[in-house]
Design a protein around this ligand. Structure first.
Ligand code: GLC
Length: 752
């Protein structure tokens, strides 16, 4: 018997079954299908080509190289033996090279264009360690967004950033590039930077691939000496070094870069445990692992490979997908496959990952997506970016000392002396990773004082650099004996009401290859400081540096100290905003400041030791010639106002522990405070740090205002990774600390 109901049910089911046949596969599935189809057409050589990355080596808009190594490499582009390049940038250049590859190389697989857009591009933001001092995740994300916008507008679709290496040793030049010594803060900042670079939709031509680097352990180089040996316990690896990488992967970072170092005896680029087991198997990372520059060939010097052919097999089998500038894959991987040392399956896995990123970016639909000259004109250095840079720089500065309320300055009617060659330096504020920025493009302190209408007398004092040109790859000659300028500086300082001294490091005294054994004020600056202090102690020291410095003398004698770091393009304006009180500083140290470089490594989340002391006799953990405590601790930073913490309440529940505290602005100015939450596991199966940062909140309070702050910690947050990298939570008694630094004294306890 005919029934309309049954017929319509039949129709509906038929529709469902038909539509399921033609249902749009998910975008991810359709990308995998597209990769399958493309790889089915590729020769083994073309597959290996996708694993090969060259640095730009000729003006791609000019004549092709005619002979030698450049010709050899040039021909590889036409043979489809190059999958990505670095340091080819600018819409004209990128388009020219992309056209050549797409139109003339066999399958025409578009290139990825990489560049170290680490803290800015044309507009330079503060160095990443400075940004970390802001503890301001939205501001840090905004900063990365500006960097991505300018880089993308210039043809770049892959940045080799964020650097997420944790480090406890300020002698290491690359601390400037990271987020300091703490894994929790480092993880939060890593996620903010990945979000800023990648956005939330790769269809946008302003979003670029990010790279979590350097995987892993690079910041633990012994002695803080760059590229040196790394030998750490599994607990340090899993609890301190890896968390920011894991956070980056959870945030969806598109690529991870190997580090130069060995880690526990095996170079990172060939370290199966790191790359295959942890990153790809355990964390399910689906992006691309790119080697660092030459980190493959360096295995020979490490004593881990006899030759480049072995390097190719060791790296590929460990899961390193792309070879940057070792020429191992392009020259030896095919033979290693033929010899059976590397399977085609290994090659296919890596190639799939590279092609996946190219499909995700939409480069097969439009290889010239990042080659819009109008967009380049508008966004490669947009006026709005200057205000973002200035705001980020102000937020990054840390007020270390302000005795006699010397700051903020009230310049009206005051005789102000400005001393120090860095006060007129327009390059050092840009830091080390400023490859795209124009030379001398930073606003200097003296320029900003002029712009603010502040009258002053300037004297450079002794020169920091001993003359001659400075260059990114050359050693920097520091002036150690020419005291020219000292007398003039002293006379300018003598009858001033206040002396602003801008001292610290040249921009090329930190960064890659720039480790320092000493953390003092470089050159003759300490002598200059003490000479000026003799005639006029009313000094405001503006410290410019790419790392924590050992400034004990200044801390003991100078009433005002503002840590400016290397604040980027808007350096001078941001410093003046803070000095004049237009912005109330709120930065907090992301890395411990030592009393002396002989204390290193020194960090807050240390273990107690069996003799924490102090004791009446000498048998406890200390030095007989130096205090064992830091000069300024992790999380420390002052404001022009004051804050107090009270009413700590700790309430455990089934799955979490809620911690509330009252924060009061007890001063007379509006100000921001970073309230920090630390825990301490008193007794556990492996000793735990005396304090561990587990949360922070940055708040703005009007003078006299108070507010309640609440942290909700899941119980899991009280655990740790065991030696096998498994998260381990055990019952016990935990101390809780809340305050404005890692020395927070407001404390309570909770039994879990
Ligand atoms: C450098 C750095 C790395 C950078 C790469 C490409 O040696 O170690 O951070 O991304 O080479 O410039």
């Amino acid at each position: 018997m005919f029934s309309f109901q049954r017929f319509s049910l039949f129709l509906f089911c038929s529709f469902l079954s038909l539509s399921s046949l033609f249902a749009q596969s998910s975008p991810a599935d359709s990308i995998e299908i597209a990769i399958d189809r493309l790889m089915a057409k590729m020769t083994l050589e073309e597959k290996i080509g996708q694993m090969n990355q060259y640095n730009g080596f000729w003006d791609v808009t000019g004549p092709a190289p005619k002979a030698g190594a450049d010709k050899f490499k040039y021909d590889h582009f036409k043979q489809g033996l190059v999958g990505s390049v670095l340091n080819v940038r600018g819409v004209k250049q990128v388009r020219a090279l992309q056209e050549m590859v797409v139109k003339e190389s066999g399958l025409g697989i578009p290139l990825l264009f990489g560049f170290d857009a680490v803290h800015g591009y044309n507009t330079v933001l503060p160095i990443p360690l400075a940004e970390a001092a802001s503890w301001d995740l939205p501001a840090i994300e905004r900063s990365a967004r500006v960097t991505a916008t300018e880089a993308a507008a210039s043809g770049i679709n892959w940045t080799f950033a964020p650097m997420v290496d944790i480090s406890r040793d300020a002698r290491w030049g690359r601390v400037m590039e990271g987020a300091g010594e703490d894994p929790y803060l480092g993880s939060q900042i890593a996620m903010a930077r990945v979000k800023g670079f990648q956005g939330n939709d790769f269809r946008s031509p302003f979003n670029i691939l990010a790279t979590a680097k350097h995987f892993a352990g690079y910041g633990f180089a012994e002695g803080g000496r760059d590229y040196n040996t790394v030998d750490v316990s599994p607990l340090t690896l899993h609890n301190i070094i890896l968390p920011p990488f894991k956070a980056s992967v959870q945030q969806g970072v598109a690529s991870v870069m190997n580090s130069f170092n060995i880690i526990n005896g095996v170079p990172a680029t060939a370290n199966r445990y790191l790359v295959q087991d942890i990153l790809k198997r355990d964390w399910k990372f689906k992006g691309v692992v790119v080697s660092d520059w030459g980190s493959g060939v360096e295995m020979i010097d490490h004593g881990y490979a006899e030759n480049l052919s072995q390097v190719a097999a060791l790296s590929a089998n460990a899961g390193s997908d792309v070879d940057m500038e070792s020429y191992a894959y392009v020259n030896h991987l095919k033979n290693q496959v033929t010899n059976g040392n590397v399977s085609v399956a290994v090659i296919d896995q890596s190639v799939r990952r590279v092609l996946r990123l190219k499909f995700l970016l939409g480069l097969f639909n439009d290889p010239y997506k990042y080659c819009d000259s109008t967009r380049e004109q508008v966004y490669a250095m947009h006026p709005e970016h200057a205000s973002v840079a200035r705001d980020m720089a102000r937020r990054s500065m840390v007020l270390l000392k302000n005795d006699q309320d010397l700051l903020p300055l009230k310049p009206a009617g005051k005789k102000i002396a400005v001393i120090g060659s860095l006060a007129a330096d327009k390059n050092s504020p840009l830091g080390n990773w400023r490859l795209a920025a124009k030379d001398s493009s930073a606003v200097s302190l003296v320029e900003a004082l002029d712009a603010a209408g502040v009258s002053y007398t300037y004297a450079p004092g002794v020169q920091l650099v001993a003359g001659g040109p400075v260059h990114f790859v050359q050693e920097l000659p520091i002036n150690e004996n020419d005291t020219t300028g000292m007398a003039q500086a002293i006379s300018v300082a003598k009858d001033a009401d206040v002396v602003i001294m801008m001292l610290g490091e040249h921009g090329l005294q930190s960064g890659e290859g720039r480790s320092r054994a000493q953390l003092n004020l470089p050159g003759l600056q300490q002598s200059l400081l003490e000479a000026v202090h003799k005639v006029n102690p009313r000094i405001v020291l503006v410290l410019m540096s790419g790392r924590p410095l050992a400034i004990s003398w200044a801390a003991a004698h100078v009433p005002g100290i503002l840590l400016a770091w290397q604040p980027g393009s808007q350096s001078g304006h941001a410093i003046v905003d803070v000095l004049l009180g237009k912005y109330n500083p709120a930065g907090k140290l992301p890395m411990t400041f030592p009393r002396s470089d002989r204390q290193l490594p020194i960090y807050y989340n240390q273990f107690s030791t069996g003799r924490p002391g102090p004791k009446k006799e000498v048998f406890w953990s200390h030095y007989i010639d130096e205090a064992h405590t830091p000069l300024y601790e992790f999380g420390y930073g002052k404001s022009y106002t004051q804050f107090s913490y009270s009413d700590l309440q700790i309430t455990p529940s089934k799955d979490s522990v809620s911690i509330t505290v009252t924060l009061t602005n007890t001063g007379s100015l509006k100000g921001e405070e970073v309230a920090q939450l630390y825990i301490h596991d008193r007794v556990s199966s492996v000793v735990r740090p005396v304090r561990e940062l587990k949360g922070f909140k940055k708040l703005l309070l009007e003078p006299g205002a108070r507010t309640s702050i609440r942290f909700d910690l899941p119980r899991s947050a009280f655990g740790y990774f065991d030696a096998q990298g498994k998260w381990f939570l055990e019952p016990g008694l935990f101390d809780i600390y809340v305050g404005g630094s890692s020395f927070a004294s407001l404390t309570g306890a909770v039994q879990l």
